[in-house]
Ligand binder design. Sequence first.
Ligand SMILES: Nc1nc2c(ncn2[C@@H]2O[C@H](COP(=O)(O)OP(=O)(O)OP(=O)(O)O)[C@@H](O)[C@H]2O)c(=O)[nH]1
Length: 401
Amino acid sequence: MDLVDDDDVPQLIEAGDEPVIPDSTKVPTDRVPLTIICGFLGAGKSTLLRRILTERHGYRIAVIMNEFGDTADIEAKTINVSSEEDPNAENSEEFLELANGCLCCSIKDSGAAAIEKLMQKKGAFDHILLETTGLADPGPIASMFWQNEEYAMGLGNDIALDGVICVVDAVFGRQQMEEDHAPDDLGVGESLRQVAGSDVILLNKVDLVDEAAAVSMEEIIHKVNPVARIHRTVRGEIDLKHIMGISAYAANTAQARESLGEPLRHHPHLHSHDDSCEHHSENQVTHYEMRGITSLQISCPVFNAARLERLDEWIRSVLWERRLPGSSSSQDIQVLRCKGLFTVETGEQYVLQGVRSIYELSKVSSGEDADLGVPDIGKMVLIGKGLNDEVRKSLEVLVAS
Ligand SMILES: Nc1nc2c(ncn2[C@@H]2O[C@H](COP(=O)(O)OP(=O)(O)OP(=O)(O)O)[C@@H](O)[C@H]2O)c(=O)[nH]1
């Protein structure tokens, strides 16, 4: 079942004389954060979730293990967890409250119905983890929980997308990405879409590879997605603060700068081409391509209001019409993820967040981050297909004009 039609006309920001720029201060704050966990087949998603469901970590998490986005029943494999009171509960109950405070949910309904049932238990958990099938593309699922007007009146009021986590197999990940060529409008397969559309990547099974192979894999991941944080894991062992509460979609200066700044600082041994360019503030398209997926990073000077409006128009054209403004022909551009942080002359800051055709360019509330030394230089990162030199030049001309 397709939860979201890629071709749907995006509804977030309507074209008009004035850009509709939401103020992040108006976003409700009492929502339950939701983290989507995707990953290659057999990469270790269930192992990670089993750990979360059984270890004492102090978090109250509702874990949904479901063939989400599919009409199939719950995954045949069982997460072998049991409560002390009823060791067979997972076989009979939709909801299993675990000794460590987590709530395990195996919900047969797919999609929104599963989440609606879970939200009836709101209060019993502080965070939702949603496991997707190994073949799932996280983009449409993320879109369902982020800036989706259809859900804004119902589900969207209760849930806030926190981030997308991708578990990558350190042994077979490279092969999976290279061989992956599912025929679709983008011409790339799911494993690449998962890496491109994620905010945090867990490079799992590093116990099975040597240091050189792990570094090489990190470099490949970084070149496909320069803004994702990469953590090495063995059997999903990771401090949960790295995958929960990351606010990857927040319209918040500190978070935006964090995700746009130095994504590889956990890995000082990595000095890729991208990093050196970054230090020189050089705008560039990554020279590495994996089945046409590239990233484009650009530095932006302080904007005036008119330029911000033109940038908004540029984004609409590229994300919605897949072409550069002023160009009559389709250039086959498809953006999977975009992020940005911009400062305008008045001192106000704007954060760009985008998942495919849906985006939000929102003003950061005044006073926020006032003491953090906000840099004058803004930055924008696009990840997707067709992001060639022509696209980069078009953006450079726009931000410099
Ligand atoms: N050596 C090693 N084995 C691991 C690690 N993580 C998971 N495994 C094993 O890899 C196999 C697949 O792990 P799963 O957690 O089932 O993977 P998955 O991503 O849920 O698989 P699918 O749902 O089929 O896509 C299992 O046999 C795990 O025990 C790891 O870090 N190191």
